[in-house]
Write a protein that binds this ligand. Structure first.
Ligand code: NAG
Ligand code: NAG
Length: 382
């Protein structure tokens, strides 16, 4: 009896200890984190690339931490939380900040970045990859191979397309989506050629539900479905592209985060996730508080309690929301991130081929239904 108790104690202590270690990230290899893309992942790079005033360097950005540091949030952003879970002892630094400690990786993402085009005072994904290659001697080859590369980009492309082509028909849309996703695939291939092997790609959120799009396209409490459609078309191509790369490029590992549905669920059933406000921003002016957060000529309207909002400004999430996304990325179930979590991606043996791939959630649902029907048939025949 006594020995059973102490065994239980040992198991309990072990379990607690293991969980503690997991939380602090100590039992996974000390690898690096690199982020690429647009404002969602910009760790403060923009101000090093432009002489213009950068609103996100001013209050109330960083409000929850009293630290306006060029991130588009009231506090930290997703890659900062991922860095923490990985045991990196500081936020992910902006790659272009002189003197930043880049030893555990860096953010190459810049606000307003796009995949196509030549964004003003920003960089395309392709230009970010070129900057990474210029700085590549900062890291050892095998360190790059083991490190995590997160990419979030595309919003700017589809927003720009919709503004310039309000009446684009289906075939023009499809052609644009193909040119964007082909270029994205090409840029990911360039990172792979530079030695990266572990990729985390986020799908685009429902772009038409962003407060700034509702405000700009005057949709009131509805989402602007044209932009949601484009995001869906783009997203449908991501999984298959990544599957193909993993099947054709040796040691290519990836996972896809279903950001679209993560945001949609929070938008539609907001109280399940404790967000009182999902159709308007916390900081800014206009019908949806979506413009001008941080700008000196705007007397920014700032909400009282950031944590009850899904969006901090017109198109970026609050720190509370970003922290929950990071938890999903690092340890959620396969409905949200597949075929594996970031944690599993980190420990996945280098050079091993992937054994599981991305599956279309709609097809998965169908096969589930077929299984149920099959089960029913089986029991009926007994
Ligand atoms: C936006 O679209 C215009 C016209 O198609 C193009 O010239 C420009 O480079 C695009 N900008 C971005 C950021 O994609
Ligand atoms: C936001 O949603 C609430 C609750 O559904 C609604 O009452 C309000 O009018 C919406 N705000 C805007 C600007 O559409």
């Amino acid at each position: 009896m006594a020995s059973e108790c102490s065994l239980l104690g040992v198991i309990l202590v072990f379990t607690l200890f293991r969980d503690l270690v997991t939380v602090s990230g100590q039992n996974i290899p000390a690898v690096g984190l690199f982020s690429f893309g647009d404002s969602n992942f910009d760790a403060g790079n923009r101000k090093f690339l432009t002489k213009a005033t950068v609103a996100q360097n001013f209050w109330p950005y960083g409000k929850s931490r009293d630290d306006p540091n060029g991130k588009f949030s009231d506090g930290k952003i997703v890659p900062d939380f991922i860095a923490k879970f990985m045991g990196i002892p500081h936020d992910l630094p902006p790659a272009f900040k002189p003197g930043a400690d880049l030893s555990r990786g860096a953010s190459f993402a810049v606000g307003s970045a796009s995949i196509l085009g030549s964004p003003k005072e920003s960089l395309t994904l392709n230009q970010q990859v070129k900057k990474f290659n210029q700085m590549i001697s900062n890291w050892k080859e095998d360190y790059i191979q083991k490190s995590v590369f997160m990419i979030q980009i595309g919003t700017e492309d589809y927003y720009n397309f919709t503004k310039n082509n309000p009446n684009a028909d289906i075939s023009a849309q499809q052609a644009f989506v193909i040119s964007v996703t082909n270029r994205l695939k090409n840029d990911i291939g360039l990172l792979y050629s530079s030695g990266a092997s572990k990729f985390v790609i986020q799908t685009l959120p429902p772009l038409g539900c962003l407060p700034i799009m509702r405000q700009e396209f005057n949709t009131g409490n509805d989402c602007y479905e044209k932009l949601n459609d484009l995001a869906k078309q783009h997203n449908a191509k991501i999984g298959p592209i990544m599957n193909e790369m993993a099947k054709t490029k040796q040691g290519f590992h990836f996972t896809v985060f279903d950001f679209y549905n993560v945001i949609l669920r929070r938008t539609q059933s907001n109280m399940n996730y404790r967000f009182s406000f999902t159709n308007i921003s916390c900081c800014g002016i206009g019908t949806h508080n979506a413009y001008g957060c941080g700008l000196p000529n705007v007397h920014s309207k700032l909400c009282e309690y950031q944590r009850s909002y899904l969006y901090f400004d017109g198109r970026h999430n609050t720190e509370k929301a970003q922290e929950s996304f990071a938890h999903l990325l690092f340890g959620a179930d396969p409905n949200v991130i597949q075929p594996m979590t970031i944690r599993e991606l980190i420990v996945y043996p280098l050079d091993d081929p992937m054994r599981e791939f991305w599956e279309d959630p709609m097809e998965k649902k169908l096969s589930l239904v077929q299984n149920v029907v099959h089960d029913f048939d089986a029991s009926g025949s007994m």
